[in-house]
Ligand binder design. Sequence first.
Ligand SMILES: *Cc1c(COP(=O)(O)O)cnc(C)c1O
Length: 484
Amino acid sequence: MLSFGSTRSGEFNQSAQYAILNGLAGDGGLYVPSGIPDLPLDLWTERSFEKTAETIFSAFFGGFSKETITRAALRYSTLFSTPEITPLKQVGEAYVLELFHGPTAAFKDIALSVLPIFLTEARRELAPLQDILVLTATSGDTGSAALSGFCNVEGTEVLVFYPDHGISPIQKQQMVSMAGNNLTACGIYGNFDDAQSGVKRIFNQGLNQPKYLLSSANSINIGRLVPQMIYYFTAYAQLVEQKAILSGDLVNFIVPTGNFGDILAGYMAKKAGLPVAKLICASNENSVLADFLNTGTYDRCRDLKQTLSPSMDILISSNLERLLYLESGCDARLISSLMKSLQDEGRYKVPSTLMNCIRETFSGDYCTDEETLQCICRVYDEHKYLLDPHTAAAWHVNQKREKTAGDGKADIVLSTASPFKFPQTVGKALGIALEDDLHAANLLSKTLDLSLPFALEGLASRPVLHRDVIKPGAMSDYINQRWS
Ligand SMILES: *Cc1c(COP(=O)(O)O)cnc(C)c1O
């Protein structure tokens, strides 16, 4: 069975249950598995999302009972609106992997549909007398997916901190209208990095109240990453089925990236044997990751821009730490010193040997807001396919890149959100004037004669239940006052 350890200690002595329950390791590092198991080759052609989910969960989370793993795998068909769960669509020369058919219309639903099952099971085994406080910082989509996934789950309380400006009105309405006896959403006068840093600080300090155990629904939690591997495999299986590739052919994935969680799951899928040539990291104008992949220096010393792809408005991509760790051959000392440098100076430089290893798989580029709008318009005109702004950034990066030797046979662009979550931007791209944003999704769907995702139906008329907005410095007090 796999054990888990911190990227900053190099010791693997924790169970999957422990890692999922605690979220972040005690030394500030992130949990990683002691190795990436080889998954069976027949997974390349396995069309059932549930079966693939079960195989992946058993390999990585084998400490959980068979019953728990099956229950988690079966959750998808009850929560998602398409039988494929994540259907693959051919659009022109490329393929789009739609990850947004879940309860909040963004890809975060994949992991957050099952995390509550693993987390409550881990609590039952390891901390039955405590309640879990699931603390989460969100750039928009994690918040609503976490609130939805954990709604009324026994033994859990969920607190989501979101940047009050910098998320779309629909993303905000999804969170502030979420009903459930264990849910709280709270705005921050600041950006996503302020929210994420505040949450990490609270993790490091701990809570005053021993009745609660802190955990996280952010992609720092290994329980978020493993479920995200599933769709890399099922996308591949769909390509084989559509006879676009032969089993064994290499493919590329192009991933709209913020916290580096989605693309890291692709890397884990490759390590587990999936025939992946390139993982292409697409950023928006907050191009820290693209710059890092191109220069070898990670430099967050710049202002965060609010862009049309808000879920990628991030300067500190937490999961990069896991990639550096795994690619450096588990060099915990190197990782500790890079992360210290990031904290103290806001930047770090990665040794060129390590960068060369990373570049064998990864490349990166970015897309401006102007290019995002043009891309949405062009793809709609040419293919009658509507991209959301995040997916458009990835599409653009793929169009622009030069194909190299060793490139994959097919390009799969991950589509991380429904375009109807960002109707104003999509409308602007297509020259459709839309006013009040909460009704804009409806209007857009009528104008284009495309159906609205079930997740967004009736959203505008849901009552606002969460109204608090606080300063980033007050996050810790807010928790200690409410959960005491
Ligand atoms: C969260 C999110 C991303 C970024 O994913 P990471 O795992 O943070 O890299 C991209 N697009 C959308 C729509 C998202 O919600």
